[in-house]
Design a protein around this ligand. Structure first.
Ligand code: PA5
Length: 447
């Protein structure tokens, strides 16, 4: 089980000299992360999460997960951004996109509160009709609009179905003391789990935010944390960008940004990694995109997207590079059948493993894209175990923090996400003088 950075497809894009020049900055950035001396240092709690800093909370999570797995047919996880992306990524990474149809022991897992779509809510309500349901509401602030609205709707549904018994089926992950959700939980007697003060949403998958839903899905969270611990031990070594692949990834990204490559496309050849890419986009987008700086994180799933975005990646405006997750073992084996008549002309790949065909598509694409001027970083990952996922999470989190410090930003704040919220609250008529003034000016603009 491992993660390895392969630089074969960076020839001609990133030289050894450029990497050496970035080495000092990368080592300083790593030191800043490890000794907590940089910007946003009050949000470095994620570094300790693999070591399970709160054993008591961890034991409560495991016992709640066991109870939920017996209590319900469907667990609805309500949260947005960092409060759901990591759990969804883990579940799909380890169990696949069709896990709700294929996994027979334990509940189906549905996600709500991640948008304001009436269709999402109504379809989810249809999906839970006649089923036994538990809710896990996750919101650090306890005031985020999307999960709060969804919770209102699902809570009402639960109370209609279970009466007072609803409280035993509602599990809340929020701040230890503050926020409306915490107040409500204390009043109603919901079991609560704590989002640590020093862990931001996008770095919270290894905290109770991710652990409870992931454990409910039947994934071994101990194994996931062990993977994260292994990555932490391996990639925290202050050696050099030539020996530490996590530092190397952070350094290469910044070298490429310096050459005008301002978009990074995370590619994989496994649809089950699509949500991992969504989680990664939030991690890097919110951490680096500030002060008119940063690399725009995008993602694709190949080979599917080779038939839609392949043209642009190969030949469009040359401002991007790719980071390809090369998954060595997808967890399944199937051969392309031999056909006596060869009516489709495919016998040249007959009896090959489909996964080998997929990996050949990867090699072919990497060579074509690099010929087209698109650098490819390759991250080789062993498989789809909880351990692999844990390693990948810590690798990306640490690299993100290091990369953010190389860039000179505070990787742990997100001032930019407040602007739309203020406008939305003003337009929706939220009470308060600040919103009244804003509403007037926005209404003027909308005329
Ligand atoms: O990373 C972040 O901080 C955000 O994506 C939050 O997780 C997201 O906005 C949800 O916030 P909250 O958990 O307070 O509801």
């Amino acid at each position: 089980m491992s993660i390895r950075l392969i630089d074969r497809y960076l020839d001609g894009f990133v030289s050894e000299k450029e990497l050496s020049e970035m080495n000092g900055k990368a080592l300083l950035a790593l030191k800043t992360v490890l000794d907590g001396s940089g910007k946003g240092s009050d949000f470095l709690g994620w570094r300790a999460l693999p070591d399970v800093p709160d054993k008591n909370e961890f034991a409560r999570i495991l016992s709640a997960a066991e109870r939920i797995r017996k209590q319900c047919d469907v667990l609805v996880v309500i949260g947005i951004g960092g409060s759901y992306l990591g759990a969804r990524a883990a579940i799909e990474y380890c169990q696949g996109l069709n896990r709700n149809a294929l996994v027979k022991d334990g509940p189906q897992i549905l996600f709500a509160g991640k948008d304001l779509s009436a269709a999402t809510v109504c379809e989810t309500l249809r999906l839970i009709e006649g089923k036994d349901v538990c809710l896990n509401v996750i919101s650090k602030s306890g005031t985020t609009t999307e999960p709060a609205v969804a919770f209102r709707i699902f809570k009402e549904w639960m109370e209609e179905k279970y009466g007072d018994g609803a409280a035993e089926r509602i599990y809340v992950t929020t701040d230890k003391a503050r926020g409306k959700l915490k107040e409500l939980s204390d009043t109603m007697g919901y079991e609560t789990f704590v989002v640590p003060d020093d862990v931001g949403g996008r770095f919270s998958v290894l905290s109770p935010v991710g652990l409870l839903p992931i454990a409910c899905a039947g994934i071994d969270v101990n194994e996931m944390l062990e993977g994260a611990r292994e990555a932490k031990a391996k990639f925290s070594q202050a050696t050099s960008v030539f020996e530490n692949d996590c530092l190397k990834y952070a350094a290469i990204r910044n070298v490429l940004l310096g050459k005008g490559k301002s978009t990074e496309i995370l590619a994989s050849y496994e649809p089950a990694l699509g949500s991992t890419a969504e989680w990664w986009k939030q991690l890097y987008g919110e951490s680096e995109g500030k002060g008119k700086n940063g690399i725009f994180p995008a993602s694709v799933t190949f080979t599917t997207d080779l038939h839609s975005l392949g043209q642009f990646i190969q030949d469009g405006t040359p401002r991007h590079f790719e980071t390809v997750i090369d998954l060595l073992d997808p967890g399944y084996r199937i051969e392309v059948p031999y056909d006596e008549k060869n009516s489709d002309g495919l016998n040249f790949i007959a009896l090959k493993q489909l996964h080998d065909v997929n990996r050949t598509a990867f090699a072919a694409t990497a060579m074509a894209h690099t010929d087209g001027g698109v650098p490819n970083i390759v991250l080789e990952v062993s498989g789809r175990s909880a351990h692999d996922f844990g390693m990948l999470v810590y690798f990306f989190e640490l690299a993100c923090a290091v990369s953010g410090y190389i860039l000179g930003v505070n990787p742990f704040d997100q001032p930019g996400v407040e602007a739309y919220k203020k406008n939305m609250f003003a337009l929706l008529g939220k009470p308060g003088a600040e919103f009244d003034a804003l509403r007037a000016s926005l209404s003027e603009k909308m005329k």
